[in-house]
Write a protein that binds this ligand. Structure first.
Ligand code: MSP
Length: 527
């Protein structure tokens, strides 16, 4: 059984509807997943929902619903959102799934039996909003806590703790020896800096059931429920377990551990370890400190790479439901199409830095890159082929082959290293080159001169072949547009194999299909 390329995203809280940040992360994961499919790999792309915890319990209560009914409603919305984004995910985890819960329980029971947890009393200041105890380090200069923490109360509480401290030297060593583990490098440095300046605190992994009941009870003490982060992180393992991944099953069932019952009968597939785990910068510590230590004690390999993306703002301000400063991905997709949205977020932001959404830049990019760039190239190339050659592809010409092949190999390299923004820039240098070639060779003039028929054939072959290649290299990014280009070329397969980007795939004499504009020009609201 060969291991699949396994990619995960953070699982979203269901305390509201999906927003731009959720959409962005899932789209870039989808681009990476599709790129690996296109490289001929078997891919497994996991995304889903984080449904337990206080925030969800409160959101459900505010709507007068039971937490489960509330989660079920939002899960339906998030699932249809994933379809709207055209995600190619292979599974969708909900932390209320029985198959997930069984693995959380098995992990907790094993680690407890092996002595990784202890019970202790703690007195401290607690932020109800953030579900976290605060320390003196969290105080502002005037001694108060930031308003973002909401109401802060003093609490004495018994809880279970996960011994993390003793693993800190190992973790630092691991990160130092695996320079690719945390990406981009700036985030790796941030994590190493954290370790240099802090002795790791043990992690509280429970909440008293008297105060929070929307969670998974600790299997060894049902007066407590599992802290939502411990529960949530396990999703990356519970789904491989549900698909009978051999490495995960072996670890969960090793050394007298009681392996979780498998709720799904599936053909076993090998997923572990994850190849890419994509997360936002705010949850870096959970994924690069707690998560690796959890995996170490569970006894499975570490993920190969954790990729940390930045956060979007809108018009230079924090995106916030309460101030109404939001970007509604569904409204944008309904108006402009899913590919315009997918293209903009991937092209605007490299994986790492923060981004800023403005309607003006979205619309300007639509007009320049999609309508006037790619759309115009495909439309005029195929229209000329129809007009001058009844849609039949002329004999092969390799005039633009060397530079196209060069650009394609750069795109492949960039996709392999998750440089998605740079890959799109390279794709557009091909779009621009082809548009410039049409302007320079002026096929409309060649068509008027019968002695130039051979030259016109060459030009038409080159531009049509570039349109075909563009469909292939763009498939990870804007798959519906790629399909539309293939359909207009009268090719019935899906352009989902990078090997098809090799020059010379267009067959002489093949007659193309019906044309339709890819990105209709729109009247701009701005500029
Ligand atoms: N449920 C936790 C994650 C658990 S993973 C085991 C969570 N959920 S979340 O809904 O708050 O965030 C989900 C993802 O969306 C996170 O990776 C987060 O960084 C990302 N984003 C949320 N808002 C964002 C922006 N404004 N911009 C970009 N991504 C942001 O955290």
């Amino acid at each position: 059984m060969s291991k699949r390329f396994y990619i995960t995203t953070a699982i979203d809280y269901v305390n509201g509807r999906p927003h731009l940040g959720h959409a962005y992360e899932k789209i870039i994961a989808d681009v990476i997943a599709r790129a690996h499919t296109s490289f001929g790999e078997d891919v497994f792309f996991l995304t889903g929902l984080d449904e337990h915890g206080q925030k969800v319990q409160q959101a459900a209560a505010a709507e007068g619903k039971s937490p489960q009914a509330y989660c079920d409603e939002l899960a339906a919305i998030f699932k249809s959102f994933a379809e709207k984004l055209n995600l190619s995910n292979n599974d969708f985890v909900r932390t209320t799934d029985a198959r997930h819960r069984a693995v959380v329980e098995a992990v907790l029971a094993s680690l407890y039996a092996e002595g990784h947890f202890y019970k202790a009393k703690y007195t401290g200041f607690y932020s109800t909003k953030e579900e976290t105890f605060l320390t003196d380090k969290d105080r502002l200069a005037d001694g108060t806590f930031d308003a973002a923490y909401g109401e802060v109360v003093e609490l004495v509480e018994e809880n279970y703790y996960f011994r993390l401290k003793e693993h800190q030297p190992w973790l630092v060593d691991y990160i130092e020896k695996h320079p690719d583990f945390i990406q981009p490098a700036s985030r790796r440095n941030e994590v190493l800096g954290f370790h240099r300046n802090n002795v790791l605190e043990d992690l509280c992994i429970s909440r008293p059931a008297s105060r929070l009941n929307w969670g998974i009870p600790l299997p060894f003490d049902t007066d407590f429920v599992t802290y939502v982060w411990f529960d949530a992180l396990v999703n990356y393992l519970s789904i491989p377990a549900a698909h009978s991944d051999p490495a995960v099953q072996a670890a969960l069932g090793s050394n007298g551990r009681n392996a979780p019952p498998i709720h799904e009968v599936q053909n076993p597939i090998a997923l572990w370890p994850p190849d890419v785990q994509l997360i936002g910068k705010d949850i870096l510590k959970f994924h690069t400190v707690y998560w690796p230590i959890m995996l170490k004690v569970i006894g499975v390999d570490q993920p190969r790479q954790i990729w940390v993306h930045g956060w979007w703002q809108k018009d230079g301000q924090k995106i916030s439901k309460s101030t109404g400063n939001i970007v509604d991905p569904v409204a944008i997709i309904d108006e402009w199409g899913v590919d315009a949205f997918r293209y903009h977020v991937t092209r605007e932001l490299d994986i790492g830095p923060d981004g800023n959404w403005t309607e003006a830049s979205f619309q300007a990019r639509y007009q320049a890159d999609l309508a006037n760039g790619l759309g115009n190239l495909v439309n005029r190339s195929l229209s000329m082929l129809k007009r001058y050659r009844q849609g039949a592809i002329p004999g092969r010409s390799d005039e633009l082959a060397p530079e196209t092949n060069q650009l394609v190999s750069t795109i492949i390299q960039q996709l392999r290293s998750n440089q998605l923004q740079a890959a799109l820039q390279t794709v557009w240098s091909l779009v621009n080159r082809a548009n410039q070639y049409i302007d320079q060779t002026a096929p409309f003039k060649l068509a008027k001169d019968p002695t130039q028929a051979g030259r016109l054939d060459e030009v038409l072959y080159n531009v049509v072949e570039i349109c075909r290649i563009l469909a292939v290299v763009l498939w990870p990014f804007i798959p519906s547009t790629s399909l539309k280009i293939y359909k207009q070329l009268n090719l019935s397969n899906t352009p989902d194999r990078m090997t098809e980007a090799e020059w010379g795939g267009s067959t002489s004499g093949h007659v193309i299909g019906e044309l339709a504009p890819l990105f209709p020009r729109k009247d701009l609201a701005h500029g």
